[in-house]
Design a protein around this ligand. Structure first.
Ligand code: ATP
Ligand code: MG
Length: 392
């Protein structure tokens, strides 16, 4: 029965002269999300309202699911719109609407009219009362509750008349593209896809970098990261994924540095390389899936050590999350099942039995110094052989 949707979006912080930027970005993201859905759609913006309308055949469920992936949308209201053919006709339309949408009529309701077109011959309050009476006459099982109705029937009188009562929740947040761009360090684990999702939710476009160590990490491990990027891209739009061959760097650190410091020093090189690519691609920050105390390399002291090597801000949206809370989000955004596939994201030979939990910065710096110019060469080669995969 529904071919159109009224899109509700949060307006906090976007009032004033930036509002149209917000709306245009939202429309851009809606178009992107609907590109993959069967059907043709018309998206229009009028007087602070965004409408999505299907032209011809379309898949309703797919459309709603796609819209539920667009940050900035707080509600998706399936609606009907009719021409104004007089109040009597409107009464009939409203009766048919309730009849079709609510097979069980033992419900409370309230009519909420908005008269945006001021030359309509009746006032909002009058329309509420008159439509309420028509509905009560048509369906005696209905009853009115003006405070907490089960059905809030919205009737908006504009050029046309819009009728809707259902609000399907959207993901909230801000439209991607309104908040600049950041570089996500994306591994095959549970955390980093969630971290990317959370920063993108605030309107930030995401690029990603994955450190691959063949043959210690398999082709399937890399494919898993591409698959994760694709799942995140349902929310964020296209992701430029940089795959960096990290093998030689890892082996060289393994050869030259104490093994209990391996993870920290490796992480420092990941951050340096990620920041380098970030700066070249106009990213304004890095994103990781770190959470305080989760593993040895994520203690406060370890974070000092990995943070030290970059000057862009490092966003760690999961910093105060327990694993269980991260898992809940990862299930919600559908990355969990892929994240737990059993392909190693880092070979176990590179994981020390007793990694430092309180790295001493001076000692770490001294050991890195022993890596001399050769490490710079290896980093340079890694950057030169960056494999770019556009995931969408
Ligand atoms: P995740 O579940 O995201 O893999 P993790 O708990 O395994 O995280 P670590 O391995 O310590 O944690 O990594 C911390 C963060 O560093 C990750 O969340 C991710 O942002 C980044 N990271 C780790 N390994 C890689 C990699 N191979 N490529 C890109 N980023 C990585
Ligand atoms: Mg990991």
């Amino acid at each position: 029965m529904f071919r159109s949707f009224l899109i509700k979006y949060a307006e906090i912080g976007v009032k004033g002269k930036n509002r149209h930027l917000f709306e245009d970005a939202l429309i851009h993201q809606i178009k992107y999300a609907l590109k993959k859905v069967d059907g043709k759609f018309l998206i229009t913006k009028t007087q602070g309202r965004i409408f999505v309308e299907a032209e011809g055949e379309f898949d309703y469920d797919e459309t709603v699911t796609a819209l539920q992936h667009v940050f900035g949308i707080v509600g998706i209201c399936p609606m009907i719109h009719v021409e104004d053919e007089g109040f009597e006709k409107l009464g009939e339309t409203v009766v048919n609407y309730i009849d079709a949408v609510y097979p069980d009529k033992t419900k409370t309701f309230k009519v909420n009219c908005r008269r945006a077109r001021k030359n309509y011959p009746m006032e909002s309050m009058e329309i509420n009362a008159a439509l309420g009476e028509i509905l009560l006459n048509a369906f005696p099982e209905l009853s009115v509750d003006v405070h907490a109705p089960e059905i809030l029937l919205n009737v908006e009188i504009r050029e046309k008349i819009y009728i809707y009562s259902e609000i399907i929740p959207g993901p909230g947040g801000m439209p991607v593209g309104t908040g600049g761009k950041a570089m996500l360090l994306l591994s095959g684990g549970i955390d980093s896809p969630v971290a990317g999702y959370m920063i993108a939710k605030r309107g930030v476009k995401i690029d990603a970098v994955y450190f691959h160590a063949p043959p210690y990490t398999s082709e399937r491990a890399k494919q898993k990261v591409v698959d994760l990027a694709r799942l995140v891209s349902k929310y964020t739009g296209p992701i430029y994924l940089h795959v960096i061959n990290f093998t030689d760097i890892q082996l060289y650190i393994y050869e030259k540095c104490p093994h209990e410091e391996l993870t920290i020093i490796m992480r420092r090189y990941m951050m340096r390389i990620a920041e380098h690519i970030a700066k070249e691609t106009e990213c304004l920050g890095l994103i990781t899936g770190e959470s305080i105390g989760q593993v040895a390399s994520q203690t406060m002291a370890s974070l000092v050590a990995t943070n030290e090597v970059c000057d862009l801000p490092v966003y760690r949206p999961l910093i105060g999350f327990d694993k269980e809370e991260i898992v809940t989000v990862s299930k919600k955004i559908d990355t969990f099942e892929t994240s737990i596939l059993p392909f190693e994201d880092c070979c176990t030979i590179f994981v020390a039995k007793h990694p430092v939990t309180k790295p001493n910065l001076n000692i770490i710096r001294r050991h890195e110094h022993n890596l001399d110019e050769k490490i710079d060469e290896l980093v340079k080669t890694a950057l030169e052989t960056d494999e770019l995969i556009i995931v969408e």
